[in-house]
Design a protein around this ligand. Sequence first.
Ligand code: HEC
Ligand SMILES: [Cu+2]
Length: 331
Amino acid sequence: MILGIAIPGFPGNQSSLNPAGPAAAHIEHTFALIFWITAIVYVLTLTALIFFVIRRQHDLTLIPEPIQTTDASDHLAVRVVATAVGLTVLLLFIMMISSFLTSRRIGHMNGQQALTIDVYGHQWWWEIQYPNKHEPFRIVTTANEIHVPVGTPIRIHGTSRDVIHSFWAPNIQGKRDLMPGYNTDVLMQVDQPGRWRGQCAEYCGLQHAHMSFYMIGESTKDFDNWMNAQMQPSITPTNPQTQHGQQVFLTHSCVMCHTIRGTIAGSRVGPDLTHLASRSTIAAGMLPNTIGNLGGWIMNPQSLKPGSRMPPNQLSGADLQDLLAYLETLR
Ligand code: HEC
Ligand SMILES: [Cu+2]
């Protein structure tokens, strides 16, 4: 829906005019109401202006005669202005009440059954965790792609690891700032399956514009399958090439920053790579996850995303090929 009118395929998967969940729908309704009220008032005001300009057109070229007023015309003027003021106040009240009700509705979603997802903002990517109270060793950690079951309330429990970021998937819910040292909860729900793009909405440094993420709405069955796959440790390499690739990873700087569960790599400076190949993008939604992009990224992230917190690497061609072959197996 755009302003109450459905236009297929428009305006897309990163737009507050195309709600895919109840919170965004409330926001869109208020926006449509305010848009149509202000648009109609604007058109009426301009029409009146043009009408009176045309009516007194002949006066404009000469020095106009002073306008003769009568008691009757004075009364009319007072009545017209009073009505316009009254109408303006009424319309402002309608917009204020609508906006008040919207904040109440999106603040009072039912969080009892909500699935909690932890989101940590980093310069310039998103760390995503699915906590598991009953089996803490089966916590799922991923990056930049948030899988959610459709029709289920979600609680995003967010904070920042460095500067202030803002979590915003406009098709799903309004913005929420993530502050270092402060936790915040925001409820949302995705009702339509699909990939809904979100972006950091608080300027956070050089690569702020390349700090995006996807909320991926899928059926409960697909979500459960994804979750079970993500809970597994990484696949053990079986052929000489991927075995060597894993050694390259474990003997270079990569281990100091990345986790691959099931190996000795356990750092959390950069994204968890245990199931890297199951993600469709790398570098916070910036590049499609292809072998070519991965190779370019690993050799020189600074040429692709200048300022990014990953340094360039010097690997021989053979080492890089084997490393890539290994990373490609991390489904
Ligand atoms: C100093 C820490 C550091 C080192 C060392 C490092 N990385 Fe990274 N890496 C990062 C950070 C931080 C990111 C996220 C960058 C971004 O998206 O802005 C990242 C991102 C990645 C990504 C993309 C992941 C995704 O889901 O977006 C891959 C793949 C990767 N690194 C592989 C490697 C490999 C292989 C090595 C070793 C040759 C390595 N990294 C060394 C910090 C590091
Ligand atoms: Cu930002």
